[in-house]
Design a protein around this ligand. Structure first.
Ligand code: HEC
Ligand code: HEC
Length: 277
């Protein structure tokens, strides 16, 4: 049996019982309750409710996100705070020299990616722009350890705020491109993102519980590789799993896909840094 047949078989068998570990489980972190399910935005034609990926995890994995002391991602957030305070580059400046209070980045993650001067920019692009243009420092690798940690620190400042990217105006062509990518079948298994994350969320696939593939929790700590994982890193992994040649992290394709997927997360709380398996 091919992998695809196996997957579709599993999906069909489980279809009747779209199962959540506990649909009413509440994600409350440090006294703040996250929105983990919300009415889907109008542009999503085939889905009524959007769910955070947290909803689909086992109680053990869910528990790691309830308390920042238990959440393994915070080791990396702390490392990023050190980087934030450390001068780098020919200008001899640290992030902190210009952005005195990291909490001022609250709200940024909810609105990214966004269009600037006709280009779609991600948080990673913004950080590297400061490094190369304002610090005289080398850019960090797109999904490298330093960048993943730094974007986790910055995204964390928006925790609890609803995702709310702009998809009209000059963002529209990027959003359309991302949507097209989301629904295009690729790879040896000839599958699209939607085949799993829209048609089959809630079902078990090879012992993993399929979510809607939302990105409100990114960057996310994964138990599988014990590090911070970026949005584009995750997209890449999903493309590899269907035996497709993935786009490059930071590529125009993945940035457009990120905008589209972020728009599907509209209304869900930013959970960064979340914990997944
Ligand atoms: C063969 C099924 C399959 C396909 C096709 C697929 N994925 Fe996934 N994806 C998974 C599985 C399994 C997981 C891990 C469990 C989960 O969160 O759904 C996952 C996880 C994710 C996550 C992490 C969600 C979270 O809350 O942490 C994102 C984001 C994601 N996928 C996006 C995509 C995108 C974008 C595409 C298309 C390029 C895609 N996936 C294609 C199976 C798939
Ligand atoms: C020499 C001063 C300077 C340094 C050093 C600097 N930045 Fe910036 N940064 C700016 C300016 C100016 C802007 C554009 C105006 C603004 O949004 O504050 C900006 C914008 C940003 C933005 C976009 C903010 C938004 O709301 O649009 C991010 C994210 C950012 N910087 C992160 C960093 C990080 C992380 C570092 C350290 C790696 C850093 N910056 C270092 C001056 C600096």
């Amino acid at each position: 049996m091919t992998l695809k047949a196996l997957m579709l078989g599993c999906a069909a068998a489980a279809m009747a019982t779209v199962a959540f570990a506990d649909e009413d489980a509440v994600l409350s972190i440090e006294g703040e309750t996250m929105v983990t399910q919300a009415a889907a935005p109008a542009h999503m034609e085939n889905v009524d409710t959007v769910y955070s990926g947290w909803t689909f995890r086992t109680p053990e994995t869910q528990a790691l996100q309830l308390d920042d002391f238990d959440n393994p991602a915070f080791v990396f957030v702390d490392q990023a705070l050190e980087l934030y305070e450390t001068a780098d580059g020919t200008a001899g400046k640290s992030c902190m020299d210009c952005h005195a209070n990291v909490a001022d980045f609250a709200g940024l993650k909810t609105s990214l990616p966004r269009v600037e001067d006709g280009e779609l920019v991600t948080m990673t692009n913004l950080v590297n722009e400061c490094r190369t243009e304002r610090m005289g420092a080398e850019p960090w690798k797109y999904s490298g350890g330093q960048m993943s940690a730094m974007t986790a620190l910055l995204a964390h400042q928006s925790r609890g705020m609803p995702m709310d990217v702009t998809i009209d105006g000059d963002a529209a062509p990027f959003w359309e491109k991302g949507k097209e990518l989301y629904y295009t079948r690729v790879g040896q298994l000839d599958m699209s993102c939607s085949n799993c994350h829209e048609d089959n969320y809630g079902v078990m696939i090879r012992a993993d519980h399929l979510s809607q593939g939302q990105i409100n929790g990114f960057p996310t700590y994964r138990l599988k590789n014990a590090k911070i994982n970026t949005t584009h890193g995750r997209f890449k992994g999903c493309m590899k799993n269907i035996r497709a040649t993935p786009f490059k992290e930071g590529s125009p394709e993945f940035k457009a896909l990120e905008l589209y997927v972020a728009s599907r997360s509209t209304g869900l709380s930013v959970e960064s840094p979340s914990v997944r398996n």
